[in-house]
Design a binder for this molecule. Structure first.
Ligand SMILES: Cc1cc2nc3c(=O)[nH]c(=O)nc-3n(C[C@H](O)[C@H](O)[C@H](O)COP(=O)(O)OP(=O)(O)OC[C@H]3O[C@@H](n4cnc5c(N)ncnc54)[C@H](O)[C@@H]3O)c2cc1C
Length: 386
């Protein structure tokens, strides 16, 4: 068995929660581009934001595999809710947990862990995405304050009414080698000069909160540096390895949703006097979905188990990229198949497959594109790829 009995019992808990608290409302939230703060609080009450956080901050001190199970099950009902948890923990809580001082943890974690607050992480900039080291946002020390100027782009959970902070990467100087010194700095929401621009009009993930951010002479105390000065980029790359496993779990949820919806529909919809599931042209495509779900789950939970077992950074990076690449591309394929199985109804927003079709594409882009995953995997194989 891939997962323990405890993990499977936890899966049932999250599934029941998602069916009761998300499924009945999600089509309307999606249509209205509504970010459901009340649901986030309920997710907090269920302990979802605190799964990997230590008990002293209100968390469960649990394993990374549990977090992946929760993201998969939320993602099976709605991808945007799944990413809200994934980003809330992976990009919001995790950097503070991994690199924060005792004081930073005490200040920020209890509310984040309880789902009373959300945090974002701003790495991407208008001119620096895959090449995130090309960041232009600058932070200059002025007495005992950092003064930050610049802009970030596509930042998840950055503009909700409960967002308490955004951690950003910024140039804080130049290394002896001439390379940019990049550090991570936390900026509390509401700090003067920290401007949350209007939300994007996206292709999918309508329920998820995504904003451009700009910083105009933003001043924060010097102790808002997160982790070591000059290590901000490296720290974030390590955080991204975990994030890619979590995104794989989200993609598995998408594939499973397509499979469940198709099995049911192919048994009900009749053409030429018989259910479409009798036609090999339909049934074989659904069989392929089952293969994708099982293969994707195996890659994802193997990587999660490696994380829980303390695998080396190199092994984890490779496993995370392989899982993310396979599952995200399989999810896009799965939504194309599901929409096709539903025929014209698959093109109608009334049916969830249409929403999954729109939502899946970003899986191949966020937290490192498919091309970046192939580059990392090739490098992991020792190839001299650029
Ligand atoms: C909805 C959404 C939410 C997001 N949330 C966050 C967030 O919370 N925080 C955050 O920091 N970022 C976030 N991002 C940003 C996301 O991580 C980037 O969009 C992604 O990493 C790609 O960067 P880019 O958009 O600049 O594309 P680019 O880097 O400009 O890439 C454009 C194309 O070129 C390809 N390419 C680039 N370099 C290479 C190469 N060396 N070899 C081969 N191909 C290459 C890419 O694969 C891609 O196909 C989010 C994005 C979206 C859309």
């Amino acid at each position: 068995m891939l997962l323990s009995a405890e993990h499977e019992a936890f899966r049932r808990t999250v599934r029941e929660f998602a069916e009761a608290e998300i499924a009945p409302y999600v089509a309307q939230w999606d249509r209205e581009h509504h970010f459901p703060v009340d649901l986030v609080r309920k997710m907090g009450d269920l302990g979802l934001f605190g799964l990997i956080a230590p008990e002293e901050y209100g968390g469960a001190g649990g394993d990374f595999t549990s977090l992946c199970v929760a993201i998969e099950e939320l993602g099976r009902v709605d991808q945007a809710i799944g990413i809200t948890l994934e980003a809330g923990v992976g990009l919001g809580i995790n950097p503070i947990l991994e690199f924060g001082t005792a004081e930073q943890k005490e200040r920020w974690l209890p509310d984040l862990v309880a789902g009373r607050a959300l945090a974002g992480f701003g790495l991407t900039e208008p001119g620096a995405g895959s090449d995130a080291g090309a960041t232009r946002t600058k932070a200059v020390l002025d007495g005992d304050q950092w003064v930050i100027d610049g802009a970030k782009q596509f930042i998840t959970n950055a503009g909700t009414e409960i967002t308490s902070l955004v951690t950003v990467t910024a140039r804080t100087g130049t290394h002896e080698s001439g390379a940019a010194e990049i550090s991570a700095i936390t900026i509390p929401a509401g700090t003067p000069g920290f401007i949350v621009e209007p939300a994007y009009d996206k292709l999918g993930w309508n329920i998820s909160d995504t904003h451009p951010l700009s910083f105009e002479g933003v001043r924060v105390p010097v102790d808002h540096l997160l982790g070591d000065r000059g290590r901000g980029y490296a720290q974030f790359l390590a955080i991204l390895d975990d994030g890619r496993i979590a995104i794989s779990a989200l993609a598995v949820g998408c594939i499973q949703a397509c499979l469940d919806l198709c099995v049911q529909y192919a048994g009900e919809r009749t053409t030429f006097g018989a259910p479409i599931g009798r036609k090999q042209g339909v049934a074989f495509q659904i069989a392929d979905l089952a293969v994708m779900a099982q293969a994707g789950r195996a890659l994802t939970y193997e990587a999660a188990a490696m994380k829980d077992a303390g695998a080396s950074a190199g092994q984890l990076k490779q496993a995370a990229s392989i899982a993310k690449l396979y599952t995200s591309e399989a999810a896009v394929t799965a939504t194309r198949i599901a929409t096709q199985v539903f025929g014209g109804y698959g093109f109608m927003e009334e049916y969830p497959v249409a929403r999954f079709y729109r939502d899946a594409k970003i899986l191949e882009i966020g937290e490192g594109t498919s091309e970046v995953q192939r580059m990392l995997i090739a490098r992991g194989l020792g190839l001299p790829v650029e």
